[in-house]
Design a protein around this ligand. Structure first.
Ligand SMILES: Cc1cc2nc3c(=O)[nH]c(=O)nc-3n(C[C@H](O)[C@H](O)[C@H](O)COP(=O)(O)OP(=O)(O)OC[C@H]3O[C@@H](n4cnc5c(N)ncnc54)[C@H](O)[C@@H]3O)c2cc1C
Length: 519
């Protein structure tokens, strides 16, 4: 077949660009017979955004597939273990207002309607802590594994916190040296088109024309190919998700051996929320907020007050902050003609639940797995791709909005606006109505590979005090003995983990010194 897809150009060398290059090259790069050729071009002048420090457990599969050593990731990317998120002050803002969204399903999740049993039982603890051990180990700052556990395996499911700049460098080295990705450092000036409207080449400042059959736009917020060249409209989600600004800081520990938190802490503020991510050498702390509801100055005051608790007033006041603005939303389609956008070039909603990099992984995997053999079939692949990813973006919008809709905070217009009916997407409104009478289940989410499975929805719903009235089904009724057993087993396992697992810092120090057992 003519017009075979052999040459791929990836524009952009941020996390999206290098993850995409790695995933495609590890699957197709060695396909010498087909003559697949992958080139990544990045600007010497335009820095990467560099703030994506929280990931999902999918990153373990991705990195394993790309072929990097997990021990090297810890050594070179300042990685630490992430076991979910702790949400503080999202419901009413009081000191004891918190819940966990862990990365492990509740024990017995598919056997019985745990929520009803929890509601009727005398467990005297949150829904998450009743049936999932992970919140317990996070509270004690424990790691999800032992030094003897092989790379990429865990006793508890886990993801990473990492330094985004170092991740980019780490992947770059591997992609170029081990996977044969060509690397061009140059500014792309514009895209040149074939008569049919496909992109023929990228015109660069110094290296002339870079020709290819498929162009992957990973150019970040500037969305050079999909947004600027093709003019694909941007669909704003600002009317649903109000945050459009962030102030980010790198916060030193008081002492070099201070504990490294084993989860992301997300603390609600008057007009947004603060993320707090522990890396071995520092914390990444930032305030994301709505510019329609507060000023940069006020957001800065709240961020410095937050940091002040751990660092003291003077050091907190001296920290430099970086301001980032973004429009929450995504492109109308993601794959147009012979160009597909991945990462910030395709859209960005907000940092809550670290949903951006997981979407990069899903996108790059899908492109790689469905790599069209030739231009003739590309439109079939792109049509399906666009349908699926529009679903993914909408599902993420709904899931993120859920955190705001369930809040009972009334201390600012921000929280009041967040529960206004017109700001809640129709599908979410429907699901929440349905869930008053039945807990979320797999029928609510049609795909095998959902960004957030039904257990995640349950953790947030019941963590924030949502109530589902009881249905007299066999699964729901008369199962208290079973849920008592799951409760007991969870508490016993949590206690064993807390006593046996090393602290996050202890394990990371050992990994950096000795490495883990390779797979
Ligand atoms: C405040 C904030 C917090 C976030 N937190 C998280 C988080 O915790 N978890 C998460 O998953 N995600 C998070 N994200 C999103 C995450 O940062 C990005 O998804 C991720 O870094 C990927 O970015 P990117 O590679 O798409 O873009 P970038 O990192 O911006 O890379 C763009 C690349 O394109 C290149 N480029 C641009 N123009 C040209 C040109 N003309 N010629 C050549 N090259 C060009 C640049 O040089 C650069 O290499 C956050 C985002 C923000 C704004």
């Amino acid at each position: 077949m003519g017009n075979a897809v052999k040459n791929i150009i990836i524009l952009g060398g941020g996390s999206a660009g290098w993850l995409t290059a790695g995933l495609i090259a590890s699957e197709h790069g060695i396909d010498r017979a087909r003559g697949m050729n992958i080139t990544l071009v990045e600007s010497p002048d335009i820095p990467i955004i560099g703030v994506g420090e929280g990931t999902w457990p999918t990153m373990r599969r991705t990195l394993k597939k790309i072929g990097v050593s997990e021990s090297d990731l810890f050594k070179e990317c300042e990685a630490s273990f992430k076991q979910g998120a702790k949400f503080e002050k999202w419901v009413n803002g009081t000191a004891d207002d918190f819940y966990y969204h862990p990365l492990v399903e509740p024990l017995g999740y598919s056997d019985t309607e745990l929520f009803y049993q929890w509601k009727n039982g005398e467990y005297n603890t949150s829904f998450g802590d009743a049936f999932c051990f992970q919140g317990h180990i996070c509270e004690h700052g424990r790691a999800p594994k032992l030094i003897t556990t092989p790379e990429y395996s865990g006793i508890a499911n886990y993801a990473y916190h990492l330094n985004a700049y170092k991740l980019g460098e780490f992947l770059k080295k591997h992609c170029i040296n081990k996977l044969g990705v060509n690397h061009v450092i140059d500014n792309v000036l514009k895209a040149c088109s074939h008569d049919n409207g496909d992109i023929a080449a990228l015109e660069t400042e110094n290296k002339g024309l870079l020709k290819a059959d498929l162009f992957i736009d990973c150019s970040g917020l500037s969305s050079i190919l999909l947004g600027k060249h093709y003019g694909i409209p941007f669909i704003s989600k600002r009317h649903i998700l109000f945050n459009d600004s962030a102030l980010a800081a790198q916060v030193p520990y008081r002492e070099p051996d201070d504990a490294i938190t084993s989860h992301t802490i997300s603390t609600a503020q008057k007009n947004g929320w603060i993320w707090d991510i522990g890396l071995p050498s520092r914390r990444g702390v930032g305030h994301t907020y709505s510019s329609a509801h507060t000023s940069d100055e006020q957001a800065e005051i709240e961020l410095r007050q937050y940091i002040c608790h751990s660092l003291g007033e003077q050091r907190s006041a001296e920290l430099s902050l970086r301001k980032i603005s973004f429009e929450p939303g995504h492109r109308e389609v993601f794959w147009h003609r012979n160009c597909v956008a991945v990462g910030m070039a395709s859209g960005f909603l907000e940092p809550l639940e670290a949903s951006a990099l997981v979407l990069v992984e899903m996108a790059a995997n899908r492109i790689s797995e469905e790599m069209p053999a030739n231009r003739t079939v590309m439109d079939i692949v792109s049509k399906r791709y666009n349908q699926r990813f529009l679903y993914n973006w909408d599902a993420i919008v709904d899931f993120l909005k859920l955190h705001y809709v369930l809040s009972k905070r009334t201390d600012s217009q921000y929280w009041l606006d967040n529960v206004s009916k017109e700001s809640i997407p129709e599908r979410l409104r429907e699901l929440m109505l349905l869930w008053r009478y039945q807990p979320p289940n797999r029928h609510d989410f049609p795909y095998a590979e959902e960004v957030f499975p039904s257990a995640s929805w349950q953790y947030v719903l019941y963590g924030m005090g949502f109530n589902s009235s009881q249905r007299p089904t066999r699964k729901a009724m008369n199962r208290s003995a079973l849920s008592d057993k799951y409760f007991r087993e969870t508490q016993e396992f949590a206690a064993r983990c807390v006593s046996k697992l090393p602290s996050n810092r202890e394990l990371i120090d050992k990994i950096v010194q000795f490495g883990m057992q390779p797979v």
